[in-house]
Ligand binder design. Structure first.
Ligand code: SAM
Length: 264
């Protein structure tokens, strides 16, 4: 069953980049250097991988579709600094690296961003749906935008029209850069820090999650906040009781916005 699913072309979203100027822009934006280790997720037919392999110390490709093996084998024969992991990028371990480069199906943007939170890398250069990119860059209050902005500095590099791909996707795309923000550098970003902490424990009830996150923020400043004091601060936010008893992962986009606006 899973095999069938993995071979479903719609699910794999195999829109291969064919516009050379966009391929070059993708490579330029990645600012590759010869001492870097890079992970490319979804190399496809290796259009970009070839250039990456020439310019870096090591390239690890993660590809779900075994049908693309003949293309990837050409790459492996040509370069001795390339290795391949066949599997779903959402499930396999993404090795520590300098850069992650990817144009994954837009339908898995959210779980992929969540996966990136737990990976160790310096920059990710991604092609994503334009709608997602705009939401994040404009710092909209929905879950995915808040999540992304709490962990990464996000820069939009360019928009990409459907005709840059074959077959053409139905929507516009964007190239973006994500640079992870270090937890210890967030002492002046109260709201971002609180959201970031809470995303890590999203199975906790909001009231407990918020209480612990406030304590952690104060700890970041070398001070101590008791559970009682933290609960007092939360009462001052006047959040609906029903919302406080929900797990963070079950909050709606509207509730994310209420929470964001209440935090002070
Ligand atoms: N990088 C190539 C390019 O730009 O031409 C291909 C991009 S294509 C939009 C997406 C690629 O990601 C395909 O090779 C597809 O098989 C692969 N892919 C899709 N879902 C994946 C997943 N969950 N894990 C790993 N690879 C995946």
């Amino acid at each position: 069953m899973e095999k069938e699913f993995e071979n479903d072309i719609n699910y794999l979203d195999q829109h291969f980049l064919i516009d050379k100027s966009i391929i070059n822009a993708f490579i330029d934006a990645s600012k590759l250097s010869i001492n870097e280790n890079v992970v490319e997720i979804g190399p496809g037919k290796g259009e970009i991988s070839d250039t990456i392999a020439r310019r870096v110390n090591h390239l690890t490709c993660i590809e779900i579709d075994r049908n693309l093996e003949p293309f990837i084998n050409v790459l492996k024969d040509r370069f001795d600094n390339v290795d391949v992991i066949y599997g779903n990028a959402l499930n396999v371990f993404i090795p520590d690296c300098d850069k992650i480069i990817s144009a994954l199906p837009y339908s898995i943007t959210e779980p992929f961003i969540e996966k990136l939170l737990r990976c160790n890398f310096k920059e990710a250069i991604l092609i994503v749906g334009k709608k997602f990119a705009d939401n994040v860059v404009e710092k909209k209050m929905n879950k995915l935008a808040l999540l992304t902005n709490s962990f990464f500095v996000v820069e939009k590099i360019m928009d990409i029209a459907p005709d840059a791909f074959d077959p053409e996707p139905r929507v516009m795309s964007s190239m973006i850069r994500l640079t992870p923000i270090k937890r210890e550098d967030m002492s002046h970003s109260f709201k971002k820090f609180i959201f970031r902490e809470m995303f890590f424990y999203r199975d906790r009830k909001l009231k407990n999650n918020l209480m612990e996150s406030l304590i952690e923020f104060v700890k970041l400043h070398g001070k101590k906040l008791t559970k009682k004091e933290s609960k007092g601060i939360i009462e001052g936010y006047n959040l609906p009781k029903e919302m406080l008893n929900k797990r963070m992962e079950n909050l709606s986009n509207e509730e994310y916005e209420i929470l964001y606006n209440a935090l002070k």
